[in-house]
Structures are given as C-alpha cells and as structure tokens.
Design a protein around this ligand. Structure first.
Ligand code: ARG
Length: 410
C-alpha cells in the first residue's frame, strides 16, 4: 500500500501521455484531479476528456472553456505590446502556458492540493513556463512532471496504458509536434529539424499555400478601442469571434506563416514553424494604428519595451514585477489607440492600405506640401542652428579626417 501523498492537479489534454500520467501519479499515492481547458485548439471535446480522465483514475475532473479569458487576459495584453519574440514569433504557445499554470494553481488552492502537474518533456520551454508561472503564483506548491521523470518509451507507455485499461487509439500520429490555440499553431520536429528542408504543405492547417491562394485580394477593416480590436469590417465582435473570423479570412490568403530559427530559453537553436493568420494580421494593424495615434517619444520607448515584453512572455516571466510594470506602461499608452486600419490580404501578405482615427495627431495642415500649409518654414532656420550646434562644436574642436568619397577632379 503506497502512502497517501495528497491531491495533485494535472493539466490534462486527454492524450496518451497525460492519461498515463493520471495512472502513474495515482500509483505514486496522489489523488489526481485533472484540468482540461479549451483555449481554441481544434477538435477539443471537454466532456470526452472529462470522461476519459475519470476512467483513467482521476478522482475529479475539471473542464473549462477558457477562450474568453485567454483572449482578454493574455492575448490582448500581448497584442497591446505587439508581442513578437525575436521580431517574428507571435508567442502563440508562450501565451497559453501562464493561463494553464494559473488555472492549475487556482484549483490547487481551492482543493487544498499539494502539487500541480503537467505532461511536458524535459527539453521544451513549456515546462519552464508552467513551473515558473505556477510557483510565482504559489511559491509553496510542488510541481510534478511525470513525463519528464518516467523515461517510458512510446511502446512502454502504450503497454502500460493497455494494462491499466486506458483506451489508446493506435493512430499513426502526426509527424510533427503540434500545439495550438486561438492565436495560432506551433509546428515542430520531424523533417522541420533540418533547416534546409522547406516545410511540407501537410504541416499547415490554418493557412492555405500563399502561392495557391485566391488571385483576388481581399480587404479587411479592423477597428481598435483602447488598443484592442473591437470590430471587423464594421461589425462589432467579441475578441474570440473576431479572431476566429479573421483566422479564416486571412488563413485563406496564406497570411501568417512563420518559418524561423528560434533561440530557445533552454539554450539551443530550434527550427520553428508557425501559422497565425489572425494574429499576424492584427499585429500588423495594431502597430500601424499606434503610428497614427501615439506620441513620437512614447512610441520610441514603447518599441524598446515591446522587445522586453516578448522576452519575458517567452521566457516564462509572465507573473513577474517587470512584466507587471511594462504592462502598466503599455496600458497607459493604449488609451489613445483608437481608430480603424484597412488591410489588403493577398498571397501570404497582410499589407496596411490606409488608416484613420477620430482623434489623430496626424495633422494634415502641418504635413501638407500643398494649399493650407500651417507649418512655420521660417522657424526652420533657428531650429537647425541649434540642432546642429553640438556636432559643429565637436568638429571645431576635433577636425574630421574623412577622405573624399570620390576623387574630385575638375
Ligand atoms: N517554440 C514554441 C514556444 O516555445 C512552440 C512550443 C510548442 N509547444 C509544444 N508543446 N509543441 O513557444
């Protein structure tokens, strides 16, 4: 008789790994409580997951539709920060982990559990994010990672599952490692591990091949309030529906395919493929909207902090003092990000084709070279005199030695 160790709350997908994890943790003496969440991954069946968890030996199975929470509390803050790791990855998987960790901890606190658990392997960053986020929220909670610890081969796992009466589908399985949510889809492993290989078409599900996309471009209008998209083509929608719709529209045109060599937190470079049609379109629109509505100095500082934000989110520091502080700065700026951006979707590209804002600090009377020019041309003389003063002073003190760019001959 194994000694009772208390309750453990396991992030449960319903797949083989986490089903085996339920059994395995039970055998170690834990009362396993599972948590399955819908964050917009396709084919999610919460009721079936619950039944399977209980069948696998869970004492209790929680299921949640977290799509709204995910969008409002994780995706939108990231969009406001133009979250793109290394300038290209829209943080798809990195955004769902803090939410999963928080939900595990919330349940653990309510249930008086001693541990939370996940099915990540020991090589990825999702383990880091879940564990760092969970312990940031509750430093006393223990974290269990059975899949990392148990050293089962795939075959041994199947055998173990069969022995314990866990139904296993003998599918060939995807040749890739996939993670998906409303904000996009991450595709890794298999032939992608050789960076010279072009990603095969079968890696993609949300986007069509841009070359084979519709010959006719399609225009979309995204309206922002407080930095958050509130309407698509004039129709007001909740974020969940707006992202879903835009995924379909932009996906049809092959927008949002990302293929990159990514610097992982765990020290090595990895070839990563993503598809995030809605995310890439919204990020393109949002960045543009800011250029029309934000002050120059604010924009400059914000662009620098966006890099930090993306690194923090990527590296598991969602619940950290710096992420909170950057978030507060970003929120202050977003009050002014109101207006509409028009984009053209065509053959893999989302291109900004126009924008407008009710309160715009773009001033036509200042910008125009035509009739109605309100810019004070004569003020340029004094401005340039003072702007150039430091460099004139420097050269007067340290004469420059630059050679002529070209031989000067008469
Ligand atoms: N490299 C990406 C990231 O770290 C994708 C992770 C995908 N996760 C997965 N379990 N397949 O954010």
């Amino acid at each position: 008789m194994t000694e009772k160790k208390g309750k453990a709350v396991l992030a449960y997908s319903g797949g083989l790994d986490t089903s085996v994890a339920v059994m395995w943790l039970s055998e170690q003496g834990y009362d396993v409580i599972t948590m399955t969440a819908d964050v917009g991954q396709k084919d999610v069946d919460l009721q079936a997951a619950k039944a399977k968890a209980l069948h696998s030996g869970a004492v209790k199975a929680y299921i949640f539709d977290l799509k709204r929470t995910f969008v409002e509390n994780y995706v939108w803050p990231s969009l406001k920060s133009n979250g793109m790791y290394q300038g290209t990855y829209p943080l798809v998987s990195a955004l769902s982990r803090p939410l999963i960790a928080k939900t595990l901890v919330d349940i653990a606190n309510k249930e008086g559990a001693v541990a939370v658990a996940h099915g990540c392997t020991g090589k990825g960053q999702d383990q880091v994010r879940i564990e760092v986020c969970a312990t940031a929220l509750n430093p006393k909670i223990k974290v269990l990672a059975p899949v990392r610890d148990w050293h089962f081969t795939r075959e041994a796992e199947m055998e173990y599952a069969a022995k314990h009466g866990i139904p296993v589908k003998a599918t060939a399985g995807s040749p890739y490692s996939i993670d998906e949510n409303l904000w996009g889809r991450s595709i890794e492993c298999g032939v992608l591990e050789n960076p010279w290989n072009e990603p095969p078409e079968d890696a993609y599900e949300m986007t069509s091949n841009p070359i084979e996309g519709p010959d006719q471009p399609e225009f979309v209008e995204i309206s922002f309030e407080g930095g958050v998209p509130v309407a698509l083509n004039g129709e007001r929608l909740h974020g969940v529906d707006l992202i879903k719709k835009l995924n379909a529209i932009a996906g049809r045109h092959g927008v949002g395919r990302v293929d990159m060599i990514e610097d992982r937190l765990v020290g090595f470079k990895s070839r990563e493929v993503y598809e995030a049609p809605g995310a890439v379109t919204l990020l393109t629109a949002h960045r543009a909207m800011e250029t029309l509505t934000l002050d120059k100095q604010v924009l400059r500082s914000k662009r620098q902090l966006e890099v930090r934000f993306s690194e923090l989110a990527y590296e598991g520091y969602w619940f950290s003092p710096l992420c909170d502080a950057v978030g507060a700065f970003v929120n202050e700026t977003q009050k002014y990000v109101n207006g509409t951006v028009k984009l053209r979707l065509h053959k893999g590209q989302a291109v900004v084709r126009g924008m407008k804002a009710g309160k715009s600090i773009y001033r036509h009377d200042l910008a125009t070279y035509s009739e109605g020019d309100a810019f004070d041309h004569s003020a340029a003389v004094g401005f340039i005199n003072i702007w150039g003063l430091p460099v004139r002073t420097w050269t007067a003190t340290y004469p420059r030695q630059d050679a002529a760019e070209i031989p000067i001959e008469a």
